[in-house]
Write a protein that binds this ligand. Structure first.
Ligand code: SF4
Ligand code: SF4
Length: 127
């Protein structure tokens, strides 16, 4: 049983202790190096083996052939559980986890992103 005297001392001490919480979103949060956030795809490295698709536990990634040796990736950020299994499975390091984590949105369609072989960047698209 907690004695009132001890409890009051705890409360008073906590007033002068550094806060354990952060000031996010007022202060931007800095994610650790191995953080698994939004995926990035490098089409120039992809060989179309589809190991990422095979190993994804939530069917969140689709690799499409768009040219002789060109592939694009469609990633459903709403389905993705950010496990980075696809990053580990890719033999060509064509996928990478970034530190980006502010991905919430009201429109599911906008959470389906395509990394096009032409632009080498994510383009919001309707699947
Ligand atoms: S595992 Fe890598 S190389 Fe293979 S299809 Fe996926 S992204 Fe491309
Ligand atoms: S991070 Fe996990 S859930 Fe997301 S696409 Fe890769 S394997 Fe699938």
């Amino acid at each position: 049983m907690i004695r009132p005297g001890k409890m009051i001392r705890e409360v008073l001490e906590s007033l002068f202790r550094k806060a354990a919480t952060t000031k996010y979103p007022l202060v931007k949060a800095v994610m650790p190096d191995k953080f698994r956030g939004r995926l990035r795809f490098y089409p120039e490295r992809c060989i179309g083996c589809k190991m990422c698709m095979r190993d994804c536990p939530s069917n969140a990634i689709i690799i499409r052939k768009v040219g002789e040796k060109n592939f694009e990736a469609e990633i459903d950020l709403a389905k993705c559980i950010y496990c980075a299994q696809c990053v580990d499975s890719c033999p060509k390091k064509a996928l990478e986890s970034t530190k980006e984590f502010e991905l919430a949105g009201l429109d599911h369609e906008k959470l389906k992103v395509v990394f096009s072989a032409e632009t080498k960047d994510a383009v919001e698209t309707k699947a």
